[in-house]
Design a protein around this ligand. Structure first.
Ligand code: AMP
Ligand code: MG
Length: 246
């Protein structure tokens, strides 16, 4: 009886905390007025997507890690971005590179096991500093920095752009490119559409009745699965807005 009471109390507490976190997010979203890169509904011409983004840039980093204590500093080892059309939700182009860590170039067996990234895949690859330059060139080539073209990054959680990239840039003493300063956390978009917290990519796929494809924790495969969640949320009428800032 007592155990049952404790379980119910724990469940109620968890639900309340999740609701509070969701309300805090909604309040934060209202405080941040849309900027030049976050067009509002109806701000563009007839035939434009209702959410106002020409492209979604789905991004999912993989980084050095270990079973208990991650290497310090943690470093990006895979940098994939999909350019997804805001009209058709099809992927139109891909930026993908593995990245050589500057400080701990040797991957741990745990990291290889988790991500499927073997030592050969990172050896001889560009550093993060070079990768950011290459990515900028790709953005230009893809017309993503052209005035009048709007795009927004999409990630699963806030770790990639709130924690991982800024901390490594700070360690390397290089600025975080300004286009990485706001993004859509797909977990929050999922919550807006379904009313349930999007706990993880695997949970969202399951609940949306989408089969997981590829290898979990491979950055490029994670991007493809996140893009499928994005497309399904759009099909269910999602109105996408920037959810996160730094
Ligand atoms: P993900 O996008 O979920 O594949 O994870 C991004 C990064 O977070 C991975 O490349 C790892 O550095 C770290 N990570 C994810 N899951 C774990 C885990 N179970 N244990 C340790 N590190 C993890
Ligand atoms: Mg991943």
């Amino acid at each position: 009886m007592e155990t049952c009471f404790r379980s119910v109390s724990k469940l109620l507490l968890t639900t309340t905390l999740r609701r509070l976190s969701f309300c805090r997010y909604m309040a934060q979203a209202q405080r941040h007025a849309p900027s030049a890169n976050t067009p509002t509904h109806g701000s563009k011409g007839v035939g434009d997507p209702p959410h106002g983004f020409d492209y979604f840039l789905v991004l999912d980093f993989e980084a050095t890690c270990d079973n208990k204590n991650d290497p310090r500093p943690q470093e990006i080892i895979e940098f994939p971005v999909l350019k997804v059309s805001g009209r058709t939700f099809e992927t139109e182009a891909t930026f993908h590179t593995y990245v050589t860590p500057d400080v701990h170039p040797q991957l741990t067996p745990f990291c290889t096991e988790l991500t499927g990234i073997i030592q050969d895949m990172v050896d001889g690859q560009p550093s993060l500093t070079q990768t950011l330059k290459d990515f900028d060139t790709w953005m230009v080539e893809q017309g993503l920095l052209t005035p009048g073209v709007s795009s927004v990054f999409v990630t699963c959680g806030d770790w990639d752009l709130r924690k991982m990239l800024p901390s490594q840039c700070s360690y390397l003493n290089i600025p975080v490119p300004s286009h990485f300063k706001q993004w859509i956390n797909i977990k929050k978009s999922y919550s807006q559409v379904t009313g349930h917290w999007g706990k993880s990519m695997m949970m969202m796929l399951r609940n949306l009745k989408l089969e997981h494809q590829g290898r979990h924790h491979s950055g490029i495969d994670d991007c493809r699965n996140i893009a499928r969640i994005l497309g399904e949320l759009a099909r269910r009428g999602a109105y996408f807005q920037v959810t996160s800032w730094r």
